[in-house]
Write a protein that binds this ligand. Structure first.
Ligand code: AMP
Ligand code: ZN
Length: 131
């Protein structure tokens, strides 16, 4: 399959491997946008959260937790997890991935999106989401 992350998983494209488990691989993101930027991907191809099978999803999240603990053991205080399912959400690579950003107190990283304020009254959207 002509998928960059599948090629990384198969070893056809090099990566800086951080962790490998039965169901997932974690490697350094090459964006160079923030220190410690990693990507966790399921080994079995799926586009995103919406079509990921349960076994892959559980394996991926277990691996994300393992790497998060690894960050703490190596002197970080916490992590941010970022994910986009779908192009409208900002997904650019169509193989499920979770961005992991290790954090340290006072590191100056602003990993939370600037949303710019809600356009509609909260109850209207609540009804759209639930009724
Ligand atoms: P997203 O925009 O959430 O789909 O994120 C895709 C991410 O994949 C970006 O942060 C890219 O820097 C990263 N990326 C693309 N190709 C590679 C690659 N060959 N190795 C590591 N990271 C990659
Ligand atoms: Zn793939």
């Amino acid at each position: 399959m002509d998928c960059i992350f599948c090629k990384i998983i198969r070893g056809e494209v090099p990566c800086r491997k951080v962790c490998e488990t039965a169901h997932a691989l974690v490697f350094m993101d090459i964006a160079g946008d923030v220190d410690g930027h990693m990507l966790a991907v399921p080994k079995k191809h799926c586009k995103n959260l919406l079509d990921c099978d349960e076994e892959s999803l559980h394996g991926l999240m277990d691996t994300v937790k393992q790497v998060s603990h690894q960050c703490i053991e190596r002197g970080y205080d916490g992590v941010n997890l970022l994910h986009a399912s779908g192009e409208s959400a900002g997904q650019s690579v169509p193989h499920f991935h979770i961005h992991i950003i290790p954090r340290k107190e006072g590191d100056g990283i602003d990993a939370w999106p600037k949303f710019g304020g809600a356009k509609f009254e909260i109850d209207r959207i609540w009804k759209d989401l639930t009724e």
